[in-house]
Design a protein around this ligand. Structure first.
Ligand code: CDP
Ligand code: CDP
Length: 673
């Protein structure tokens, strides 16, 4: 048990990029599919938790080459085209259900393999027999230590490498079916049929869609059998972006319901048509009053209009019912949450736990906790809102919420506690054992805290190859800022000006071309990209030797600088609107001209030789000394270290060290007392 945590209500709006971890279900499926693929796959946004680490370790034991970077959230995995390098070994799956099921089916692909498999005590009690019985029909057999057929962990798996007409009883867990579906395309002619009742549909659909994303779509015949019409090793998508966990995201969809006007929280990579069934929560939240819209592949949640009670069926996305239930005491009318009987057998009896804790806050619920205790078949909850009742309880001091070792109880009440009920920032909710969020979201309370930030603008200036772009990009990702590379603006204009046959020495030609230009921005990850006349110039185009040779001469012209100044300043509003915690803009005149009132101004420098070396290491044909001279001697907005800027000489610093130093400087500005 960790010590209890007093939740500090938000007295201001919430703002910033929610630091939601990657989805566990997608991370573990992607690991299996990438291992079975031909070629290398880079997984981005991956979850690093106990369960995913177990699967990574097991794959390494089986001979797969995997390079993971927890800080960057990436996993690089070398696929082996459907072959498993190690034919004999021991694997321990802890209490990781997905690893246990997925690995067992995966190992069945090994020709004449022999694997000793075990798990934690809890795992030994979890369902495996549906999968083991199914594989037995293709001569992959599981034995106990005594040599008898095994129905659960531990067992020795003797594999045949074949997959034929499989039938699986997956009524105990949809993972038993998903495990088989993922290996199905590896053997021509193999089929899988389900016996017994249907299982959790959204997770099976997730598996099917991911098989298709890795190039081997599954089909179903008239009898409901799955098969792959085009079998073979999976095809690596090269880079595969793992969606943020949709259940975890529900807390940050809910947060702007209880924080100040003007709240705007950004969920990078959150899509309504994503792979996770729990994204349905966004639709319910909208009915309840949430203000959600989508920008590219990301969602933006602003202050909710109101909180409208109502009648909701949470059967298909029940992990998120607690999130709504915790908002219900603040709604305008009662909230009914239906069809959640199965949640009574999860981490705890969630229905009873929620009813009990709402009661503790003075909120009336039906059925009452006593009635729920008496009748295990009750499957819905009605919550009657009453601010007066909450206030009455709060006046006696903070209420301690029991969390029953359930991460979702802790996170849901963390959101309710963020509401400034007493109007003066006094805490009124205390969470017992906040460490229980570690199961899926170890840094939940830090992520919540990070949204209590004020908007910052950071200006970074410096000469060529002083590290501006690399530093700004990394800082933007870590702190949830929007990154703007103004060098790319000048480079994009240069591409357009060269196309229009304008020359720096012929001002009229430049002005004529500029009059035909229209600039826009699109968001790509954490960066704002410049769009010229509807087109984003490629990296190759804007960094060509020809552009390198002309950009500084064009950039020295006041006509060009004036043309782009308002566009650059408008990026501040773009970042604010999109819900970023601020923006970080880099160039030559940002602290001096574009954003002279920036929250923090930084000047990066490195000696000329170091910078020349960096550029030549990148293989760029670029005379940076010449550009530096032009940039620092021009009359209009020359490259200077703005007064009051913090100078960082990074000649002898690594990129990581510069990033760390810049983040240290920004931290106090982001924090709101
Ligand atoms: O990456 P590197 O530092 O070499 O150059 P960049 O940031 O892409 O900028 C290319 C050129 O645009 C610079 O050499 C400057 O001439 C111009 N520039 C500018 O004048 N003012 C800025 N704020 C940014 C770039
Ligand atoms: O944007 P700017 O031209 O100022 O520089 P950059 O493109 O961010 O950095 C140029 C190269 O120097 C990149 O390959 C960086 O990884 C590298 N670099 C470094 O080696 N050490 C630093 N302290 C900063 C950057």
């Amino acid at each position: 048990m960790t010590e209890s945590l007093l939740i500090k209500p938000f007295r201001t709006s919430a703002r910033g990029v929610a630091q939601v971890p990657g989805s566990k279900s997608i991370t573990n499926r992607a690991l299996i599919l990438a291992a079975l693929a031909e070629g290398e796959t880079l997984l981005t946004g991956a979850l690093f938790s106990r369960d995913t680490k177990i699967l990574i370790q097991a794959l390494r034991t089986l001979g797969f080459v995997i390079v993971d970077d927890e800080v960057a959230g990436t996993i690089r995995i070398q696929g082996n085209a459907g072959n498993i390098p190690v034919k004999e070994g021991s694997l321990h799956v802890g209490n990781a259900g997905t690893a246990a099921r997925f690995l067992t089916a995966f190992l069945a692909l090994s020709h004449q393999g022999k694997y000793a498999m075990d798990g934690d005590v809890a795992m030994r009690a979890r369902p495996m027999s549906g999968l083991l019985n199914s594989l037995a029909s293709s001569k992959t057999l599981a034995y106990t230590a005594e040599g008898k057929p095994a129905q659960a962990f531990p067992f020795v798996l003797q594999t045949s490498g074949q997959l034929k007409d499989l039938t699986v009883d997956a009524s105990a867990s949809s993972q038993l079916l998903s495990a088989l579906l993922m290996v199905l395309p590896q053997r021509a002619g193999a089929t899988v049929k389900m016996s017994g009742e249907t299982v959790s549909e959204p997770f099976v659909v997730m598996t099917e869609r991911m098989c298709a994303q890795f190039g081997r779509p599954l089909s179903r015949d008239a009898e409901g059998r799955w098969f792959c019409a085009n079998p073979g090793a999976y095809i690596s998508p090269q880079v595969y972006a793992i969606e943020p966990d949709a259940t975890a995201a529900s807390y940050f969809i809910a947060l702007p319901a209880v924080t100040g006007q003007g709240s705007c929280v950004r969920l990078q990579g959150y899509q309504p048509k994503g792979l996770q069934g729990d994204t349905a929560f966004a639709e319910v939240a909208k009915l309840y009053g949430a203000e959600i819209d989508y920008q590219g592949d990301s969602a933006r949640v602003r202050s909710w209009h109101n909180l409208r009670g109502g009648d909701f069926d949470f059967n298909q996305f029940s992990d998120t019912f607690l999130t709504l239930a915790a908002l219900a005491p603040l709604a305008d009318k009662p909230t009914i949450i239906r069809n959640i009987a199965h949640t009574r057998k999860q981490e705890t009896d969630r229905l009873l736990a929620m009813a009990t804790e709402l009661n503790r806050l003075g909120v009336k619920v039906e059925p009452s906790p006593q009635a729920l205790q008496a009748d295990a078949s009750l499957s819905s909850l009605t919550i009657y809102p009453s601010r007066d009742a909450l206030l009455k309880t709060a006046q006696r001091g903070p209420t301690s919420i029991h969390t029953y070792e359930d991460h979702r109880m802790a996170m849901s009440f963390g959101i309710l506690g963020s509401y400034d009920l007493l109007g003066d920032g006094t805490p009124w909710i205390k969470i017992e054992d906040p460490g229980c969020t570690g199961k899926t979201f170890p840094r939940f309370f830090q992520a919540l805290e990070a949204l209590r930030s004020s908007f910052v603008s950071i200006a970074i200036d410096g000469g060529a190859a002083s590290g501006k772009s690399s530093t700004a990009r990394a800082v933007a990702q870590h702190l949830g800022l929007m990154h703007v590379d103004t060098g790319a603006h000048y480079r994009t204009l240069t591409v357009g000006l060269l196309d229009a046959k304008a020359t720096p020495s012929n001002l009229a030609s430049v002005e004529k071309a500029l009059a035909q230009f229209k600039l826009d921005s699109v968001l790509s990850g954490f960066s704002s990209r410049c769009v010229l006349n509807g087109k984003i110039a490629s990296e190759a185009e804007i960094r060509s030797p020809e552009v390198n040779a002309h950009v500084s001469a064009f950039a020295a012209l006041p006509a060009v600088r004036n043309y782009i100044l308002n566009y650059q300043r408008s990026q501040v509003e773009l970042a604010r609107d999109a819900g970023f915690a601020g923006l970080i803009m880099e160039g030559r005149d940002i602290g001096s001209v574009v954003l002279p009132n920036a929250t923090l101004r930084i000047f990066l420098e490195a000696d000329a030789e170091a910078r020349r070396l960096r550029r030549s290491t990148e293989g760029q044909a670029d005379s940076i000394a010449q550009r530096d001279l032009l940039d620092s001697t021009r009359a209009a907005a020359p490259l200077i270290c703005p007064t009051g800027a913090v100078r960082i000489d990074n000649t002898k610093l690594s990129l990581a060290e510069v990033v760390q130093e810049v983040e240290r400087l920004i931290a106090p500005a982001l924090a709101v007392s």
